[in-house]
Design a protein around this ligand. Structure first.
Ligand SMILES: [Zn+2]
Length: 338
């Protein structure tokens, strides 16, 4: 019988790498370890940082690298088969490189890779260790990402690892002049163009030009629209009418879009991630999400016809915070390589 193995999850972000190690029984060993990411300096520089993180994780767990049975890696970019397809927040040399293969060669340990939202979805699944159904994650942040875990805990990535680009499904909402908003992906009318920080900035700019908000404090604020948009969360927490109107629209459209995703996947559990999970007005935001959902979802997606008190789609906030992705990848590595 071989020795018990440990599994490492590495969440590579634009500014930091968050990492975690789990033991043979799946329990997290020691704290989350964070190192600077250096992604812009290329993958070689980042691999050096991963060495540092892995050394610290091993030190905390009292093991050597030889005790690691597999590594799960996630990146803020579309990837498939261990190769990154588009650059997103990474340096140029990442794209089209066999990242998994090179890292495996360097460390002598099997490596698997996916994108950050898929990783967070698995992490949220792993945290809820009594949950047996599916799990759909939607995470509004700068953009709008998503991930889907099948009942039983297997991540669904699609044929090319490109599934669950939930931010870029179209939604039937228009600006006051009837136009569809531009999305950062080049298309028009995507859900992300309504539900994201990018959307919040655009919508704020439009609203501040209206007579209704002529005397709003943000119209006398000398800051950029980016700086003003960052203030909206605190304003909403303090009951500001404009901030609430903007977040209410985001929540409603998110819920409306989720209704169509639920119609396709029937996940049973929808987890909302992103920074709003930590906001003080998250309960209100969740109500707006449910309003949008109820506007579009058939009754069967809300409650069972045989047990009316049983919800067929449950909404929860993400619980893993910014550690969810690294935890998810450690679990993925364990599932694949144990
Ligand atoms: Zn788009």
């Amino acid at each position: 019988m071989s020795e018990p193995k440990y599994f490492v999850g590495l969440d590579i972000g634009g500014s930091t790498v968050k990492s975690v190690i789990i033991g043979p029984d799946g329990e997290q060993v020691g704290p989350i370890v964070e190192v600077k990411s250096l992604v812009k300096d290329g993958y070689e520089a980042t691999f050096g940082q991963l060495d540092l993180a892995i050394a610290e994780l091993c030190g905390n767990a009292g093991i050597t690298v030889a005790d690691i049975g597999g590594i799960g890696l996630d990146v803020p970019a579309p990837s498939s088969g261990g190769v990154i397809w588009g650059k997103a927040n990474l340096g140029d040399d990442w794209v089209g490189t066999d990242i998994c293969g090179l890292l495996k060669q360097r460390l002598g340990i099997p490596v698997t890779m996916t994108n950050d939202c898929n990783a967070a979805a698995v992490g949220e699944y792993a945290i809820r260790n009594k949950h047996l159904g599916g799990l759909l994650l939607v995470a509004p942040g700068t953009g709008l990402g998503g991930g889907f875990v099948l009942p039983g805990g297997h991540l669904y990535e699609g044929a090319n690892g490109l599934a669950l680009e939930v931010g870029h499904v179209s939604v039937p909402f228009r600006e006051d002049d009837g136009s569809l908003p531009d999305c950062t992906c080049g298309l028009k009318g995507c859900m992300e163009a309504w539900v994201s920080l990018v959307a919040l900035r655009r919508r704020l700019g439009i609203e501040l030009r209206k007579q209704e908000w002529e005397f709003h404090d943000l119209n006398n604020d000398p800051g950029s629209i980016e700086e003003k948009a960052f203030k909206l969360r605190t304003l909403a927490e303090n009951g500001d009418a404009l901030a609430i109107q903007l977040f209410k629209q985001q929540g409603f459209i998110l819920g409306y879009g989720i209704a169509d995703l639920v119609r396709v996947f029937d996940p049973g559990l929808v987890v909302i991630g992103g920074g709003l999970a930590e906001s003080k007005f998250r309960d209100r935001f969740m109500e707006w999400v449910k309003e949008g959902f109820n506007d579009r979802a058939w009754p069967i997606y809300r409650h069972s016809p045989i047990e009316p008190e049983k919800a067929t789609t449950v909404f929860q906030w993400a619980e893993g915070g910014d550690a969810a992705a690294s935890i998810g990848m450690a679990y993925t590595a364990r599932e694949l390589f144990a």
